[in-house]
Write a protein that binds this ligand. Structure first.
Ligand code: C5P
Length: 223
């Protein structure tokens, strides 16, 4: 029989943005399309993994062969991911909002004649990746992403440490790169061992190659 590289492995993937409410009709979000995260979930499933995708709101359909948990906020995403432990690997691709409004207004905030615009007090969201990277049930392989617009590699190295990740997939999301919402990506895989530079390719190709690398790593860790 053909070798199924990720047979018997369970992998959690996060994808998309998180959406943080201000009041019942307004929210703070970001430009993440979910394309890269969804492509990775699909690629892992094609290699035979049981994939649990925790996704923020995206216009992408659920990937084939993947069970999807739909969430909105960072806190919902964190709860969903932690409830899925233990897993063999975690690939955190979601663009999680760093901050949320401290309090969500129960009613739509009204414009008052003559009044100053409201001031939004923000508080920090939990770091889901760091929570998983330092968790008592830490997966054997923890992969994070680093969407940067400057100092890509220095920031990725810091992130490895701080978040307890094995690999950080660093990508340039400056406007000029066209990565956010686009179909192509140029990534570098930063690990303790060094940096692997991958050529510019489609997000599907990045996903396939990353899934292959994950399968290889899980085999090595096991033997
Ligand atoms: O610190 P930064 O947001 O650049 O880190 C990016 C990586 O951390 C991504 O893998 C992202 O999914 C993850 N992350 C997270 N929870 C946060 C912020 C980032 O899981 N609150």
């Amino acid at each position: 029989p053909a070798h199924i590289p990720l047979a018997g492995k369970t992998i959690v993937v996060t994808s998309g943005p998180t959406v943080e409410p201000i009041d019942p009709v307004r929210y703070i979000a970001n430009r993440s399309s979910g394309k890269q995260g969804h492509a990775i979930a699909a690629a892992l499933a094609r290699l035979g993994a049981t994939v649990r995708l925790v996704s923020g709101p995206v216009s992408m359909p659920d990937p084939e062969g993947v069970s999807v948990i739909h969430v909105e906020t960072a806190r919902e995403m964190k709860d969903a991911v932690e409830q899925l432990l233990p897993v063999d690997a975690a690939v955190m691709v979601a663009a999680v909002a760093d901050w949320r409004a401290e309090a969500q207004a129960g009613q739509k905030i009204k414009k008052q004649p003559g009044a100053k615009p409201p001031v939004l007090q923000m508080v920090e969201n939990p770091d889901i990746l760091a929570g998983i990277g330092h968790h008592a049930e830490r997966p054997r392989l923890v992969v994070g992403f680093a969407a940067e617009t400057q100092d890509l590699l220095a920031n990725a190295r810091k992130k490895l440490e701080k978040k307890g990740a094995d690999w950080i997939v660093a990508n340039d999301v400056s406007q000029a790169s066209g990565v956010m919402g686009g179909d192509r990506n140029t990534v570098r895989i930063v690990s303790k061992l060094g940096i692997e530079e991958w050529p510019d390719m489609s997000k599907d190709e990045v996903a396939a190659r990353l899934a292959g690398k994950i399968a290889e790593a899980l085999e090595i860790i096991e033997t």
